[in-house]
Design a protein around this ligand. Structure first.
Ligand SMILES: NC(=O)c1ccc[n+]([C@@H]2O[C@H](COP(=O)([O-])OP(=O)(O)OC[C@H]3O[C@@H](n4cnc5c(N)ncnc54)[C@H](OP(=O)(O)O)[C@@H]3O)[C@@H](O)[C@H]2O)c1
Length: 351
């Protein structure tokens, strides 16, 4: 058995080395699956990267694929997701379908050994995310969740300021993300069959914010309200941590909030103004009276940075990102599942 395993690894690396030689001197070829709103924003950012191109796109409609390909000068337009997942000319595929498609679409690409960047939430639940990670390992192929916040330069700066101890030990966090989403019951946000609801769509950002600063909580209190289509329209959460830190987080499709975040430490606080999940500014306020305003812009729509991370990882032969490792995606989905359990948020077709 160990011999078979070693031989398989040898075979994979030999194939990869031949493949990488044939890639030298050309642009990084992105594929995109699911050509809706976010796919357009991502494609716009790929156009800003000199050594990258949108090479192939796939839609459930051949016509939409052709129109999208024309808009972003893509070479290939597929009328099915399966067809693009077999396209050996690609260096990576970005999955931008509704949440319910993430697991299936990711597995399809990984099984054909195509690296994957998959939109958030990584999948509908922990069980699905486990399957995706296992498949990435079995196929020795790169996989990363497109949690763009983690790659935004000002967000990374905020993490460095905390790590350096500028505000001392972190004690409390607050973050909100609400906007009045128009009630269109057939569309993604309010459609439970498509994984609709505020928590998985926008509440994931406050949850990720808490996770990226304090890790996984030891206790969660959460409560949600439900509308006509039975999706959570608002969800409020309190997380408590082993060292008595707390996080207060909320999201809603019913109201407009500032979409900002605060981190309170023993010696000062950090404020991320709207929208905290792709910040360009932050202010650090020390209780001594000292204060710092920091501005760091991001490129394009902000998706540029996660795309660069994927390209760098693949160039270096990595199978996951150090900045957004797969165990962080596991922590995130486990925390979301826990919130859902507390708040009674259920997806009958997936639970
Ligand atoms: N990172 C971010 O900032 C961000 C922002 C928005 C959304 N997202 C995430 O990206 C994903 C897509 O969001 P979106 O706003 O782009 O959605 P969208 O505009 O509704 O587009 C989703 C696309 O997925 C395809 N699709 C496949 N199965 C579908 C189905 N059963 N019903 C509807 N469409 C289906 C369709 O493309 P084809 O017809 O071309 O196949 C559709 O255009 C979501 O998981 C969301 O959480 C992330």
């Amino acid at each position: 058995m160990p011999f078979v395993f070693t031989f398989k690894k040898f075979l994979f690396s030999a194939i990869n080395s031949v493949k990488s030689k044939s890639k030298m001197g050309r642009k990084f070829r992105w594929g995109i699956i699911g050509l809706g709103k976010i796919a357009n924003k991502f494609a716009q950012d790929i156009q800003l990267i000199p050594n990258a191109e949108v090479y192939a796109v796939a839609s459930s409609s051949k016509e939409r694929a052709k129109a999208f390909a024309e808009k972003y000068q893509a070479t290939l337009a597929f009328g099915s997701y399966e067809a693009i997942s077999k396209c050996e000319e690609l260096d990576a595929i970005y999955i931008a379908t509704p949440h319910i498609g993430h697991c299936e679409n990711t597995l399809m690409c990984l099984e054909n050994k195509i690296p994957v960047l998959c939109e958030k939430p990584f999948a509908m639940n922990t069980r699905e995310v486990k399957m995706m990670i296992e498949s990435a390992k079995q196929n020795d192929t790169f996989l990363m969740e497109a949690l763009w916040t983690q790659f935004i330069p000002a967000y990374q700066k905020m993490q460095r300021v905390i790590r350096k101890g500028m505000i001392g030990e972190v004690i409390n966090l607050r973050a909100d993300f609400s906007f009045p989403a128009p009630f269109l019951p057939e569309q993604r946000a309010y459609n439970r069959d498509l994984g609709g609801g505020a928590l998985l769509d926008i509440g994931i950002y406050p949850v990720f914010f808490a996770l990226s600063i304090l890790g996984k909580p030891e206790k969660i209190k959460a409560i949600a309200t439900f509308g006509k289509t039975n999706v959570d329209e608002s969800c409020f959460m309190i997380f408590k941590y082993p060292d008595d830190q707390m996080a207060i987080l909320d999201c809603s499709f019913k109201v407009k909030t500032n979409v900002e975040a605060y981190i309170y430490g023993e010696e000062g606080s950090i404020y991320l103004p709207t929208r905290f999940h792709h910040p360009t500014r932050m202010s650090v306020q020390l209780y001594s009276g000292e204060s710092h305003d920091i501005s760091i812009p991001y490129q394009g729509n902000g998706y540029y940075h996660e795309a660069i991370e994927v390209m760098n990882c693949i160039k270096e032969g990595k199978k996951e990102s150090d900045l957004m490792p797969l165990n962080q995606s596991m922590n995130l989905i486990e925390t979301l599942d826990w919130v859902r359990k507390e708040a009674g948020i259920v997806y009958p077709k997936f639970d």
